[in-house]
Write a protein that binds this ligand. Structure first.
Ligand SMILES: [Zn+2]
Ligand SMILES: [Zn+2]
Length: 250
C-alpha cells in the first residue's frame, strides 16, 4: 500500500543543502494546503561525508529538541526520521548513532562510493558504465545486508543522477537488483519511492522495471517521499506515481 497523503523524506534548513526558508513550520503550512496527513523529517547523517557541505555533521541533540518543539505546535502528526548514508568503514559509528536517538523512521542511502562523491563525477572517472553502476548495486546490497536498524532503502538507482553515462540498462544489472529486492523482502524493509527523480531525470527512483520486479517477487512494503529540500517540493510528482501504479496494475 502506498500512502499518498504522507511524505516520508524531507530536509529542512538544518541541512546544509536545503533552502534557508525550509523550516518545520513552513512545511507544515504547505502540508495543510495540500491536505497531507503526516510528515516525516529525515535530516542527513553521513558519517565521514565526502561532500564539503556535509563535513560538519548536524548537532542532532539540538535538532531533536527543535523537532519536538515543532511537533508539539503542529496541527498534523510529525515523525522524527533520519537519512543515514552508508559507507563500509562507518558501520559501527552508524549503528551507535542510530541507537542514540529515538528515530521513528530511518532511511538508508548511498551517497558516496570509494570515498568519492557521486555528485562531483569523480567516481565515474576511469570506469566503464556497467562497472560504475555494478559497484553501486553491490554496495547497496552490502548496505542492506550489513545494517539492520533501518526502515526503508532510499532512492535505489540514484547512481544515474549525476552520471556522465546516462540511464542504466536494467537487463545488465537485473541479477543484482533481484538480490537487493529479495533481501529487502527477507528483512521486511521497505523500498522507497523517491519522487525527486522526476525533477532530475523525469522518472521515479527506482525505475519502473525495478518496481514491477519487486511486486513480482512479492514485495509489498513501500514508503513514498519527495526528498524535498524546500516546502514547494513537498509531495512533488505524487500524481505521476499514482499514474505509474495504475499502469502497472492495468
Ligand atoms: Zn539521499
Ligand atoms: Zn534526502
Amino acid at each position: 500500500m502506498i500512502e499518498f497523503t504522507k511524505d516520508t523524506h524531507l530536509h529542512t534548513n538544518w541541512s546544509a543543502d536545503a533552502d534557508a526558508d525550509a523550516t518545520f513550520e513552513a512545511y507544515v503550512k504547505r502540508a495543510k494546503e495540500l491536505g497531507l496527513s503526516e510528515l516525516t523529517f529525515t535530516e542527513h547523517h553521513d558519517i565521514d561525508a565526502v561532500h564539503p557541505l556535509f563535513h560538519d555533521p548536524i548537532d542532532f541533540d539540538a535538532y531533536v529538541e527543535a523537532f519536538e518543539r515543532a511537533r508539539t505546535a503542529s496541527p498534523i502528526p510529525l515523525r522524527l526520521g533520519v537519512e543515514v548514508g552508508y559507507q563500509s568503514h562507518v558501520v559501527k559509528e552508524l549503528n551507535d548513532f542510530l541507537g542514540r536517538y529515538p528515530f521513528e523512521h530511518v532511511i538508508l542511502s548511498i551517497h558516496y562510493l570509494e570515498r568519492k562523491d557521486l555528485y562531483t563525477g569523480e567516481y565515474y572517472e576511469g570506469k566503464t558504465k556497467d562497472e560504475a553502476y555494478r559497484i553501486y548495486y553491490e554496495t547497496c546490497l552490502e548496505a542492506i545486508r550489513t545494517i539492520d536498524n533501518f526502515d526503508s532503502f532510499s532512492h535505489l538507482d540514484y547512481i544515474t543522477r549525476y552520471s556522465p553515462f546516462g540511464p542504466y540498462d536494467y537487463d545488465v544489472h537485473k541479477d543484482i537488483i533481484d538480490d537487493i529486492l529479495r533481501l529487502l523482502i527477507d528483512k521486511n524493509k521497505a523500498l522507497e519511492l523517491n519522487t525527486s527523480g522526476y525533477k532530475y531525470e523525469g522518472r521515479l527512483y527506482p525505475d519502473e522495471p525495478v518496481i514491477r520486479r519487486y511486486l513480482e517477487l512479492g514485495g509489498t512494503k513501500f514508503t513514498l517521499g519527495s526528498d524535498a529540500h524546500r516546502p514547494s517540493e513537498l509531495a512533488g510528482a505524487y500524481d505521476q506515481v499514482q499514474a505509474l501504479f495504475q499502469r502497472i496494475h492495468g
